[in-house]
Write a protein that binds this ligand. Structure first.
Ligand code: GLN
Ligand code: ZN
Length: 768
């Protein structure tokens, strides 16, 4: 029996990687220095795993930005516009775009990695795509670990997942046609890896967790048969995760790979299916993904041992491996760092396991499975059972009032009083906005001063009074700025907020917060998901103070700004002792109360952000309807407690929404602002067939890039939108919050944005 970790977090225990890269971007750290820092981080990750006795440790799980982007480099899949650049300049330009005197290139698209909150860079593929191997990173990292005495298994993304996650940049071909060209590149890579004496290579094909067409399935078979024919000494671990193999199981079991990985956390039923399958061959090794790579709860040893036992009935002990369900990229580092964190009591700590603890769990499970009668084993097992029992019965978790309110929810709680058409008339009367109203998504640049002041206040180094004064000043300046440039619907700027989920979670009951529980979201961006451990309720108003302050200093409408229930749920570590839908409704009720309080305080427009609604979508079609039903309902519960002339906005980003547009319409927000600009308004194509019923602001400024869009660019995007949507329903806005941008670029971009809306109004006035 071997223990296997599919991948380890890379951002650094204290986000050292983020800091180093951002400092490199600001030219405060040299490339050489960056290399030294990143080498140190890799070494630390390998040693942690090695010290805790993990048998199969990954290399090439490190990345300066994203593993799919790395794979683009490895395979030479580099879009033409970056070809004049090289090295790190090229790499980071692909990730973030680049604009200086000589170059002006837009970034590649970014989207959610399956149903996680991690974002990958989408490979761009053209009809005459060529590939070329660049194995440096993979080889160097393997050698680096070898030099430390650690024989790793390199991890790469498989050709099908790479191609299918990529995007065709021109029409008239199917990217699967490129497989034949891609395979020899992989072959050359495998041969190189072989010549290093590598024993195992992990090939990640999580695309197997999705519904595949017959052609795609055939391509998988062809690929792995081709790899088998290379006849190298390298044994392939085929890793699928995030869901079961589903109807790809038969083909997966027939593939000539040495090891097949099963994610038993996301799909516990599949072990039976595998073991009893007619195509199952007992010469194959099964890697059982038992330890949750995506959540922070302690492993249930009893359950895990049952899985191991079951596998052992069919397989020899050396053919049963135990591992993490997926890469630990999605887990925080080390619970030990939280010993002194305020608000996490020792009872709750007992229920948790972060990456490092998960390594230990794997070691313990291996001990329990291979040497159960040992004294130490008995002790380990009993401890684990005690912790589960304690959690199940804890008073910290259960709140009868909350449970009662959930039970009495009725249909009317998820319905606005009037239909949209009527609400729209009422809202027009109240708000008196011009055609193509302009607004932003909520946050304004979070400068160092803002972050530092907030941090100081949190640490108790700044009084409430001085802190409030500071936030007031920032808010007021931002309101004045928005007034000056002529935006129509203003926001307060969110200077008091660290993160859109954390800010709410910190004020709700049922949540706890870690101090170092960072998880990579994209590039150097990390999030610290709250942990929902118990029933959720709202002890006091959360946003009324700053929204009403902002509204009190301007005549223009100020939008109240909330995070929606699905997003709060989706971006938190969720309790695993009740269905997600119930937890989501608990949060929805808390947000509903906040919406009411804002309305009572005179806020006429309230935005409930739901950027994460798409990413919660189950990977397989058959599970989607059920999810969308409860997710949409939860949003409606949060939004439906208001008068008809109160305007509810929602905002979505980071995903492709075309396939769920009907459900988005069912959310019945009066206005939706939605990301589109990074994919050149591709979203709009959906409106050819689907008449979106309510108002909508397709983002016309890509805030994920420091590039400033010109007025002409913005106008042409508005024009594009006008062709597909009723003009009177179109809003003009950036595609997401501005908190990661700097002020100078934000100012120029928003001035351009307002001008283009004004210009469009004029053009329209002339044309009638
Ligand atoms: N209101 C939030 C902001 O502007 C929305 C962020 C998001 O969509 N991710 O920052
Ligand atoms: Zn957004």
């Amino acid at each position: 029996m071997k223990s296997i970790v599919l991948g380890y977090p890379r951002i650094g225990e204290k986000r050292e990687l983020k800091k180093a890269i951002e400092s490199y971007w600001r030219k405060n750290t040299s490339e050489d220095n960056l290399k030294i820092i990143t080498k140190g981080l890799r070494e630390k990750a390998w040693k942690s795993q090695d010290n805790l006795g993990i048998d199969l440790i990954s290399s090439n799980d490190f990345s300066l930005y994203d593993q799919v982007l790395d794979m683009c480099i490895t395979l030479g899949c580099i879009p033409e516009r970056f070809k004049n650049l090289s090295g790190l300049d090229q790499y980071f330009a692909m990730a973030r775009g680049l604009q200086n005197e000589e170059v002006d290139v837009t970034a590649m698209e970014m989207t959610k990695w399956f149903d996680t909150n991690y974002h990958y860079i989408v490979p761009e593929i053209i009809k005459n795509q060529t590939f070329a191997l660049n194995s440096n990173k993979i080889i160097n990292e393997y050698k680096e670990a070898s030099a430390l005495g650690i024989k790793t298994k390199p991890v790469i993304i498989g050709p099908l997942t790479f191609l299918l996650l990529g995007k065709e940049k021109e029409s008239g071909f199917n990217r699967l046609e490129l497989l034949d060209q891609l395979l020899p590149i992989y072959k050359a890579l495998i041969n190189e890896i072989d010549s290093l004496g590598v024993e195992y290579l992990q090939i990640d094909e999580p695309i197997l967790a999705t519904d595949l067409s017959l052609d795609e399935q055939a391509a998988i078979t062809r690929t792995y048969e081709y790899f088998d024919e290379i006849n190298s000494g390298v044994k392939i671990i085929l890793a699928n995760y995030f869901d079961c193999y589903g109807n790809n199981l038969d083909l997966a079991l027939k593939l000539p790979v040495a090891v097949l990985h099963l994610d038993l956390v996301s799909c516990s039923l599949q072990l039976n299916d595998v073991l009893s399958h007619r195509s199952f061959n007992t010469t194959k090794t099964l890697s059982l993904g038992l330890v949750d790579g995506r959540n922070i709860w302690k492993n249930d040893f009893k359950k895990s041992l049952e899985f191991i036992q079951k596998a052992r009935q069919k397989l020899k002990i050396e053919s049963v491996w135990i591992g993490t369900s997926c890469s630990l990229l999605h887990s925080p580092y080390d619970l030990d760092l939280e010993k002194n964190t305020k608000g996490i009591n020792t009872t709750i700590i007992q229920w948790l396991a972060f990456s490092k603890q998960k390594l230990k769990e794997l070691g313990d499970l291996k001990k329990l499975a291979t040497d159960p009668n040992n004294d130490v084993s008995g002790h380990i097992y009993n401890e684990n059972i005690r912790a589960s029992q304690n959690k199940l019965e804890s008073k910290l978790i259960h709140n009868p009032t909350v449970k009662q309110r959930i039970q009495t929810l009725s249909f009317a709680d998820s319905e606005r009083n009037a239909r949209f058409s009527k609400r729209q008339l009422l809202q027009r009367k109240t708000l008196k906005l011009p055609l193509f109203p302009t607004t932003t998504i909520g946050s304004f640049p979070q400068t160092n001063a803002v972050r530092l002041t907030r941090a100081k206040f949190k640490k108790g180094e700044l009084s409430q009074e001085l802190y409030d004064e500071f936030i007031k000043k920032e808010t007021e300046e931002t309101i004045r700025f928005q007034e000056n440039i002529g935006l129509d619907v203003l926001v307060h700027g969110e200077f008091e907020r660290n993160d859109m989920v954390e800010y709410f979670g910190e004020q709700l009951d049922g949540f706890i917060f870690t101090k170092f529980g960072w998880v990579q979201s994209y590039g150097t961006r990390c999030v610290k998901p709250p942990i929902i451990f118990g029933d959720v309720s709202r002890p006091h108003a959360m946003t009324v103070k700053w929204s009403t302050f902002a509204q009190s200093i301007t005549e223009k409408p100020v939008k109240g700004m909330l995070t929606g229930p699905v997003t709060i749920l989706q971006w938190s570590f969720v309790r695993n002792d009740q269905p997600k839908a119930i937890t989501c409704n608990q949060i929805a009720l808390a947000i509903r109360d906040e919406v009411s309080d804002l309305e009572k305080a005179g806020i006429k427009i309230i935005q409930i952000d739901e950027p994460a609604i798409r990413e919660g979508l189950p990977l397989r079609n058959e599970d989607r309807k059920k999810y969308l039903d409860w997710a949409v309902k939860a949003f409606r519960i949060s939004a439906s407690g208001v008068a008809d002339d109160t305007q509810i906005h929602t905002h979505m980003c980071y995903s492709e929404f075309n396939d769920i547009i009907k459900s988005i319409a069912d959310m019945d927000a009066d206005v939706i602002t939605i990301e589109t600009s990074r994919s050149e308004m591709e979203l709009l194509s959906v409106f050819v067939d689907f008449k979106y019923p309510n108002e909508i602001g397709p983002g016309v400024y890509d805030i994920h890039s420091p590039r400033v869009p010109t007025q002409e660019e913005i106008e042409s995007l508005i024009e594009k939108a006008s062709k597909l949507l009723p003009q009177e329903n179109i809003w003009v806005n950036p595609d997401c919050g501005l908190k990661t941008r700097d002020w100078p670029e934000t100012k120029t971009a928003l001035v351009n944005l307002v001008h283009s809306a004004k210009n469009m109004r004029e053009k329209l006035a002339q044309s009638v």
